[in-house]
Design a protein around this ligand. Sequence first.
Ligand SMILES: Cc1cc2nc3c(=O)[nH]c(=O)nc-3n(C[C@H](O)[C@H](O)[C@H](O)COP(=O)(O)OP(=O)(O)OC[C@H]3O[C@@H](n4cnc5c(N)ncnc54)[C@H](O)[C@@H]3O)c2cc1C
Length: 500
Amino acid sequence: MNAMDKPAQMVPQTTEHFDVLIVGAGISGVGGAYHLTQQCQGTSFVVLEQQGSFGGTWLTHKYPGIRSDSDLYTFGYRFKPWTGAPIATAEEIRKYMGEVIEENGLDPHIRYGHKITSAQWSSKDKLWTIDAVRTDTGLPLRFTANFLWMCQGYYRHSEGYTPEWPGMKDFKGRIVHPQTWPEDLDYKGKKVIVIGSGATAATVVPAMAADCEHITLLQRSPTFFRTGRNAVELADQLRELSIDETWIHEIVRRKILDDQAIFTRRAFNEPETVKEELLSGVRNYLGPDYDVAKDFTPSYRPWRQRIAFIPDGDLFQGISSGKASVVTDEIDRFTAKGILLKSGQELEADIILTATGFNLNVLGDIDFVIDGEPLVFADTVTYRGMMFTGVPNMAWVFGYFRASWTLRADLVGDFVCRLLNHMKAKGAKQVTPKLRPEDGNMPLLPWIDAENFNPGYLMRGMHLLPKRGDKPEWAHTQDYWAEKDELPAIDLDDKAFVYA
Ligand SMILES: Cc1cc2nc3c(=O)[nH]c(=O)nc-3n(C[C@H](O)[C@H](O)[C@H](O)COP(=O)(O)OP(=O)(O)OC[C@H]3O[C@@H](n4cnc5c(N)ncnc54)[C@H](O)[C@@H]3O)c2cc1C
């Protein structure tokens, strides 16, 4: 239904206007609000968040052990020093974000319990009209904004992705997706199977192992893991020398980024050596008799999917203690008692956790309409993974896969603020990315090169994502080390930007 055709009781009674409307109060939206206050003083803005508080990913996920797999020196903002251990719990990340909100007076700008349902652009008025609904009362609300800053993340927060397996209805126990963790789930003394092999499975297994009778990580295929201490030696040394935390933050960020650049280069140039190093990290914990080839050796080369960090090898310690185990096999079907595998083995369980990923959610489940026409996002071409051809006055924060998301949230923040200031200086009310004459014959490709990076949620949803070209301007290159110099140097008067 078009917002304009709604019954009278569903039509908002008032309209509030802001220069910028930010969608979402996760790490990107809160960062965006900070950058606006610092770099676009005098710009009015509001952050609309459907949940009851800030945090996004770190509020939604409540499963045992929930933690980052990036270090917080780079997952933290560049402007607020991180002073704790590098791998942080969701609670610690939310505390840090809460401090950013408080220290910068952002709270009055954020409205919680506001779910945005539609966004309509009018070229005549050069305005977005945004319809939202109060999640507590159902009250419809309307906003107008000159610029829309999409910080809605990349997956649906309301529920995770669970494949359909035969016999699921026969299972007598409980099936739970970690994204929607039931507060009343009692797993003490229970037999638990965790389906999945990614970071979530690797986190939840050691966190639950001590309390369960037994917990089994059931995977179709293995994943690469990195192990190490949850500490940064350089940070500890600098602290011993009473160096200022602002300096420590910057120095340690640079060191970590440099180490990561070397690792990424090596993963591409000498994949076999890197693979051996990762596997020997696992063998150090599990001993020579463990079948590491079967359970921890992926078929793909290192870095084709995100590599989860296992602090202090806790997953492997759980396996060594006998409380946790890994089974690499395919599911034939669910049974009343558990799961029957294709090998014929049956795993018994009281609880089955499906750590099987996300539902890609490209634009926050918001209906977009541009001058009366529904926006088909997949028909657009991305400008550096931030803006989209034919979509005026809108930017999207999509972070990195191989580096911390927030590195890009900060870079995009600078870009958006620079663009807004440029428009103000020019007296322009509208900016729309457009392919230039020299881009006419450019091949249009899927958003991500599946040869380069291919996690399941992206492969399942690729048809919903914008297209990419074969030039850096028209791609989300996933390359922080290039973008940190390229994004600040973007020529805002390039023909890729059409102003009105
Ligand atoms: C379990 C887990 C662990 C992760 N660990 C890491 C990590 O260690 N390092 C890393 O770099 N990345 C990690 N990621 C990726 C992670 O999602 C991002 O790094 C980052 O937190 C995303 O922040 P965001 O603010 O862009 O989006 P989100 O955290 O997804 O927040 C988006 C917000 O927008 C709101 N929203 C969406 N649609 C609407 C709407 N229509 N109306 C109103 N509000 C809306 C949502 O409610 C949400 O609060 C992890 C992801 C998950 C799921």
